[in-house]
Design a binder for this molecule. Structure first.
Ligand code: NDP
Length: 330
C-alpha cells in the first residue's frame, strides 16, 4: 500500500496565497532516513523567508522546518530511533508542513514523555536557537549572572523562550517588542526591562537602564530596522549577533564602524551550522529538554491552525499579530 500525505508546498515564490495543500505519495525511508507521522508542526519566521524567496531554494518547495510525532519506519543504519518512538526535530531541508514525511534521521531526536507533541513541535527550532544564542554565542569573556543583554522581538516564539532562559542564567534581559501588551508579556516571562521600540528610542532607553554603559551583547532578529542602532547599544568589545531579518535584510556595513564604536564584534549565525551533526543536535536538545522539564522554560503556544489554514498563519506572523509560538495541526 502506498502512503500519502497532505503537504503544503509552493510552486513559485510570493505571498501566502502561493501556499498550496497537495496530496503527495510518501515512500519508505532509505539508509540514514526515517518516516515520521506528525502530531503537530511548528511555524517559524524562516518559513516566510523561504516562501518569499529571500532564502532561495529549488522549486517546487515543501515548506516547514519543525515538527513532532511518531516514528513510523526506520531506514538502514539508523541506531538512535525505533518504530513507535515519540520524536521531534528542527530540520534542513524544509518539508514539515505535512502529515508525514521521510527525512534524514540525524536531525531527529527522541522527545521525552513529559513533553507534549505540540510543545515539541513548537520548541525545537526556536528552543535550539535560544540554546546556541545564549549558551554558545557570547561576547569575549562570556556572559555572567548579572550581565545585561538586549534581545529584540522578545514577545515572539524565539523571544519568550529567550526571556525565560536568560532569567535562568541570571542575566538581565532587556526586551524590545512592538506593543505595550507584548512588552508586558516579555516582562512576565523574565525580562528585566521592556522597551516598545515602535514608540520609544531603544538606544536611549538601553543607555538609561545601564547607567550609560550599554550591554555586553545584542541578539537582533529584526534586521534592517534595528541593526545600526543595535551597534549603538553595545559596550566596548560588545557582541552583536544578527540572526534574522524580519523587517528586511541588513545592508552591507562599513567594517571600520566596528572600530569607531569600540572594537565591536558582529556575527551572523544560523542554527543549521550548530545542528549539523546528530551529536551536536542531541547535546543541545538535552539542554533544551532539561530547561523545559524542570520548568525553567515553558513554551507558550498562542496560535493553533489546522494545516489547511496555513496561509492565515503566515499572514498573522508577518502582520506581527502573533505572540509566543504557533503550531499547525495536520
Ligand atoms: P517571531 O514570533 O519572533 O515573529 C517575528 C517578530 O518579529 C514579530 O512578531 C515582530 O515582533 C518582529 N518584527 C519586527 N519587525 C517586523 C516586521 N517588519 N515584520 C514582521 N515582524 C517584525 O518569529 P520566530 O520566533 O519564528 O523567529 C524570530 C526571529 O528569529 C526571526 O527573524 C527568525 O528569522 C529568526 N531566527 C533565526 C534563526 C537563526 O539560526 N539564524 C533560527 C530561528 C529564528 P514585534 O511586533 O514585537 O516587533
Amino acid at each position: 500500500m502506498t502512503l500519502s500525505s497532505r503537504t503544503v508546498r509552493i510552486d513559485a515564490f510570493g505571498g501566502p496565497e502561493n501556499l498550496k495543500l497537495v496530496e503527495l505519495p510518501v515512500g519508505e525511508p532509505g539508509p540514514g532516513e526515517i518516516r515520521i507521522r506528525h502530531h503537530a508542526v511548528g511555524l517559524n519566521f524562516i518559513d516566510v523567508y523561504q516562501r518569499t524567496g529571500l532564502y532561495p531554494n529549488a522549486l517546487p518547495l515543501a515548506l516547514g522546518m519543525e515538527g513532532a510525532g511518531v516514528v513510523e519506519a526506520v531506514g538502514e543504519g539508523v541506531g538512535h530511533l525505533a518504530v513507535g518512538d515519540r520524536a521531534a526535530y528542527a530540520s534542513m531541508p524544509p518539508g514539515s508542513y505535512c502529515e508525514r514525511r521521510v527525512m534524514p534521521a540525524r536531525c531527529v531526536v527522541r522527545l521525552p514523555e513529559a513533553i507534549p507533541f505540540e510543545t515539541g513541535a513548537a520548541m525545537m527550532l526556536k528552543g535550539l536557537t535560544v540554546q546556541y544564542l545564549l549558551r554558545q554565542t557570547q561576547p569575549q569573556g562570556g556572559l555572567q549572572a548579572g550581565d545585561a543583554i538586549l534581545f529584540h522581538a522578545a514577545a515572539g516564539g524565539v523571544g519568550l523562550i529567550a526571556c525565560q532562559w536568560a532569567r535562568a542564567m541570571g542575566l538581565q534581559l532587556i526586551a524590545t517588542a512592538g506593543s505595550d501588551a507584548k512588552c508586558q508579556l516579555a516582562l512576565e516571562h523574565g525580562a528585566s526591562h521592556a522597551i516598545n521600540y515602535r514608540t520609544e528610542d531603544f538606544v536611549a532607553r538601553v543607555k538609561a537602564i545601564t547607567s550609560g554603559r550599554g550591554v555586553k551583547a545584542v541578539y537582533d532578529s529584526v534586521g534592517a530596522d534595528t541593526f545600526m542602532r543595535s551597534l549603538d547599544c553595545l559596550q566596548p568589545f560588545g557582541l552583536l549577533a544578527s540572526y534574522g531579518n524580519a523587517s528586511g535584510k541588513v545592508s552591507p556595513v562599513d567594517i571600520g564602524l566596528l572600530a569607531a564604536k569600540g572594537s565591536l564584534y558582529v556575527t551572523r549565525p544560523t542554527l543549521f551550522t550548530h545542528i549539523a551533526t546528530l551529536e551536536r543536535t542531541q547535546a543541545m536538545a538535552d539542554d533544551l529538554f532539561s530547561m523545559v522539564t524542570t520548568g525553567a522554560v515553558s513554551v507558550r503556544i498562542d496560535q493553533r491552525y489546522p494545516l489547511d489554514q496555513v496561509a492565515q498563519a503566515h499572514r498573522d506572523l508577518e502582520a506581527r499579530a502573533t505572540t509566543g509560538c504557533s503550531v499547525l495541526l495536520p
